[in-house]
Design a protein around this ligand. Sequence first.
Ligand code: ADP
Ligand code: MG
Length: 240
Amino acid sequence: MKPQLNPAALPGSAGLRVHNLCKSYHSGEQTISILNDLCLELQPGENAAIVGPSGCGKSTLLYLLGTLEQPDSGMIELAGQKPQELNAVAAAAFRNRSIGFVFQDHHLLPQLTVRENVLLPALAMRAVQSADEQRADALIQRVGLEHRSRQFPGKLSGGERQRVAVARALLLRPALILADEPTGSLDEANAEAVTNLMLEMQQEAGSMLLCVTHNPELAKRFQRTLTLHQGRFVSLAEPS
Ligand code: ADP
Ligand code: MG
């Protein structure tokens, strides 16, 4: 009989594997440890909320996973790649292709229309192709903003801008979506709508989603809740 192989355990897995991630910051003579041997595994199609008190390192973790910062030590593997092993140019291309970001403050470019903002990840890679435009239009429709497509972000409400940011994050079908308090500046109804939309679209795309949130009700919508405590994820059942 053939042995059963766990695809997640194989090199080249499509998922996210994080092993013993460490990050500290230096302040004068002091070294402040932020992440301390953090481990995490996520499979395609999975989503999780990340919770923990302010300053515990949630954004730092997303920056590391998003290859925007380097860990002190530890391993990150995403879609079979170890981004730490790539040079700066290759890492930037990998980030653009494989990771979609949604920030608290949408980070849309005010001088571009909604449609142009959604097309930005493709533009950053190469000339925009008609398939990109079709996908952008489909995503804009999916987030309910087809009537706003030619408008500038300044004309939109906060909830609408975050819906554009979600569409943009999904344009290139990234393996991993990283959202850092994406609903932090929205009212309750809009926060729920944007969270639902993000989860639905992540499920449809079969991608992975990690979302930092301070809202316990929203955290419950995710398949898992990861609580960051003293630099690593703890199970709520575990004594801290
Ligand atoms: P959270 O997102 O959970 O609120 P952060 O990841 O933003 O927390 O920050 C974790 C800690 O690391 C905080 O104490 C913060 O002040 C510190 N920190 C974050 N970035 C830097 C940096 N570039 N230099 C020094 N300290 C930093
Ligand atoms: Mg933060």
